[in-house]
Design a binder for this molecule. Structure first.
Ligand SMILES: [Zn+2]
Length: 119
């Protein structure tokens, strides 16, 4: 493992959640045509009425999506945190701000990879 290095994308978990789900808000789906809406990102033009088919039967999505994502994230952190410690102690952990603009993230990653090549 001496030639390997780890690249860690720093995205705070809470930020991730709020990006995915808005702040405590939720999505809805038209029961008739399946068009999807979201309280924060995509509301129907007329509240409670589907833009596509005009149905007022907008059903709230079950919250188990949020719960299963939370569990997957927890599992991910449990499995990857020992690696992060390992690479940190070896001085080979590079962190990139994953919430920056896409171009900036790409540049940061490129910079880290260039540095790793030269090492
Ligand atoms: Zn609809």
């Amino acid at each position: 493992m001496s030639n390997s290095a780890s690249l860690s994308f720093g995205v705070k978990q809470s930020m991730r959640f709020s990006r995915e789900f808005g702040s405590g808000s939720a999505g809805a789906v038209s029961a008739k045509c399946g068009a999807g809406y979201h309280d924060s990102f995509k509301q129907p033009k007329v509240k409670g009425v589907c833009d596509v088919c005009g149905s007022s039967d907008l059903r709230r999505r079950a919250d188990d999506n949020a719960e299963s994502l939370r569990q997957r994230l927890m599992e991910y952190y449990k499995k990857t945190s020992p690696l992060i410690g390992y690479y940190h102690h070896a001085g080979k952990l590079f962190s990139v701000d994953g919430l920056a603009e896409i171009d900036d993230v790409a540049k940061s990653v490129a910079r880290v990879l260039d540095g790793a090549k030269g090492a």
